[in-house]
Design a protein around this ligand. Structure first.
Ligand SMILES: [Zn+2]
Length: 101
């Protein structure tokens, strides 16, 4: 369990690129909790910008959120996850449609 978690963590860190710090914890019901924080951005209150998502699609959801952060705040930054920007936007669109009514 621990080994697979750190392996996932490394894989996610590679995808997220050099500006990200990736952490995977065990959340409720033994689900993975994916946390991606930005090494350069802070929010109000001086905390690092971060996103967390839990569950089976938590990795993808957190990575999508991070991808949007990169595009918005770090134009020109390079990260493997940016390859999937179009797919991430599509998923966001679908989620919004689904949550619409
Ligand atoms: Zn940032």
């Amino acid at each position: 369990m621990v080994a697979s978690r750190s392996a996932r963590e490394r894989k996610a860190a590679v995808e997220a690129g050099p500006l990200a710090k990736v952490k995977i914890d065990l959340g409720g019901e033994q689900q993975f909790l994916y946390k991606i924080s930005c090494t350069t951005c802070t929010t109000k209150g001086d905390k690092p910008w971060s996103t967390h998502r839990q569950g089976d699609d938590g990795f993808m959801a957190a990575m999508d959120r991070w991808t949007f952060h990169l595009v918005e705040k770090h134009p020109g930054a390079e990260a493997p996850c940016l390859t999937y920007l179009e797919a991430a936007q599509q998923r966001l669109h679908e989620r919004r449609e689904g949550a619409g009514d």
